[in-house]
Design a protein. Structure first.
Length: 548
């Protein structure tokens, strides 16, 4: 918490206009970091307008990855940005959807908790939203609330109404409104156009919300004349019109850019708060290593959702973190698993420094993943398998080393050798939403293993999102053939990590380590994996098959 003993929680609302995907999540996380680095305690909240209770049942091509918190909440991927920038774990209180809000209100109505009143959007839905926003009252100096979607969307209207009410109830001493908008550069006209921003602000003000600060995303720098024009037509002070030009290399430059523009200083001045020194040097060093690394490696990420990079957002960010720590640029090639077979595998994977087989659900692309893992195992190329990637590694090993030709997962096919099968407690589950093994679970690591070398600890905790596990009926057969079970649940019943003997670096994990990777500090397994790719010379190793 802040050193101010009587500090009252301040609420910062971040909305977006003109078009979607402008980067509200990155902007919010960057401001949160800067406030944190000035000594304030900060938490963040995402309000999502969709009717789904959570994104757990959404197609990754539509929504990107599902970010899972320690307490098992399936949330929007922006929570990943929040955790990576702020450096600590969030929970289910940090993400709320329209579906959750309406579900709660309807449940209360069915129980008769509204005493016969007519249940309406105002005040019942907005009161439920406000209750959730105020759930951090007194715990933090700042609560940053990002409202999903674009201003004017019908779905987000209840959230904007709740914002308006909070502005009115708490006043300008405790609330502040940031609006991220777009100022396009029209090449044929040779100038930037402010009209989209004017219309976006006009729409926002129609809902009773006046922006205090405008973050103006643009491909071009905004002249003072342009900023003065925006300020005049949008009723915002000129120094509160902040240009947000595309950064050169990495999203982690955005906080540095905001600091140069004095964004957090503007926020503090508007809230009449003292300005302590900004501690940004560690972050600067982290970013400099990303921009000017000494080494370079290429990693193939083999998966089934490779058409949409946000499907693997946390993995891609974890590679950036681990690359910075290893002073290495990590080039990630997204490879569609369906494109890999015995004829194409050498051409596709022959020149990479390491291979990660990613998570997913369903049988599509499975044989391609298994073929890729066989190639990795035989050619001694560093391998990292996550969740389904780990399960595919077990299947491949069972088929080609343990002579179980029909080895498979119960998720795809019922065979005599289902080395991966449904968890016992999952066999009676019928609802799909929120019913997997979700959230953080402890794991005990065997000493002397690659996992132990990475974590430097026997006891860890990692986040899960799956229904299937390694089938213990085949555990001893796998061990006898050279597979190492290097991590287990504390009771020894569930296998969490597998490795291979006599291989440069071959690790598969049942959990999702990418979800706990943080900017600056990274994640032990990703750091170790990148280090292994630097140490491995594939041109030499390709023709030197591992013993297993």
């Amino acid at each position: 918490m802040s050193k101010n003993e009587k500090f009252t929680t301040k609420y910062v609302f971040i909305t977006g206009g003109v078009l979607s995907s402008l980067g509200k999540g990155i902007a919010s996380a960057s401001l949160g970091l800067l406030l944190q680095q000035r000594g304030f305690s900060v938490t963040m909240m995402k309000l999502d307008p969709y009717i789904n209770v959570d994104p757990g049942t959404m197609n990754p091509f539509q929504h990107g990855e599902v970010f899972v918190t320690d307490d098992g909440a399936e949330t929007d991927l922006d929570l990943g940005h929040y955790e990576r920038f702020l450096g600590y774990s969030l929970n289910k209180k940090n993400n709320h959807t329209t579906g959750q809000v309406y579900f709660e209100v309807i449940t209360k109505e069915r129980k008769g908790q509204y005493l016969g009143k007519t249940v309406q959007v105002i005040p019942h839905i907005t009161d439920e939203i406000k209750k959730r926003i105020f759930s951090f009252e007194g715990e933090f100096d700042f609560v940053l609330i990002e409202i999903g979607g674009t201003v004017g969307d019908i779905e987000s209207l209840p959230f904007l109404e709740a914002q308006r009410q909070i502005n009115l109830e708490l006043g300008s001493s405790r609330t502040i409104n940031l609006h991220l908008t777009y100022v396009p550069y029209i090449k044929s006209a040779g100038e930037v156009k402010t009209k989209p921003t004017q219309h976006s602000v006009k729409t926002l003000m129609e809902f009773g919300i006046r922006p205090d600060i405008l973050l103006c995303r643009s491909e071009s720098k905004l002249s003072r004349d342009v900023r003065q024009k925006i300020a005049l037509f949008c009723s915002v002070e000129e120094n509160s019109v902040v240009e947000v030009v595309d950064v050169d290399t990495t999203i982690y430059e955005v906080p540095i850019m905001f600091a140069k523009r004095g964004l957090e200083e503007i926020v503090l001045k508007k809230l009449n708060l003292p300005e302590s020194k900004l501690e940004i040097e560690t972050w600067n060093k982290f970013v400099n290593r990303i921009k000017s690394p000494k080494h370079e490696v290429t990693i193939a990420l083999v998966g089934k959702y490779t058409k949409y990079r946000d499907s693997y957002k946390s993995i891609l960010e974890a590679f950036i973190h681990a690359g910075s720590i290893n002073n290495t640029r990590v080039n990630v090639e997204l490879i569609n698993a369906e494109s890999i077979n015995e004829e194409t595998v050498d051409e596709i994977l022959g020149n990479v420094n390491g291979i990660l087989v990613g998570p997913g659900f369903g049988h599509r692309g499975i044989e391609g993943k298994i073929t890729a893992i066989k190639y990795v195992r035989e050619h001694n190329i560093p391998f990292f398998g996550i969740c389904l990637g780990m399960q595919c590694a077990v299947i491949e090993f069972a088929r080609n080393v343990c002579n179980m030709a029909d080895a498979n997962s119960g998720e795809f096919d019922k065979s005599e050798h289902n080395v991966i099968d449904l968890m016992e407690e999952q066999k009676k589950v019928t609802n799909k939403g929120g019913t997997m093994r979700l959230g953080a679970y402890p794991c005990t690591i065997e000493s002397g293993t690659k996992a132990f070398q990475a974590y430097k600890s026997k006891d860890i905790s990692e986040r899960h999102r799956h229904r299937y596990e390694l089938n213990n009926n085949f555990k001893q057969d796998l061990i006898a053939s050279g597979m190492i079970m290097s991590g287990h649940s504390p009771d020894g019943n569930l296998v969490e990590i597998v490795e291979l003997k006599n291989h440069h670096w071959f690790v598969g994990v049942q959990f999702h380590p990418e979800l706990k990777s943080r900017a600056v500090t990274g994640h032990p397994l990703f750091i170790s994996f990148i280090k292994a790719t630097l140490q491995s010379n594939n041109k030499t190793n390709r023709n030197k098959k591992a013993e297993n």
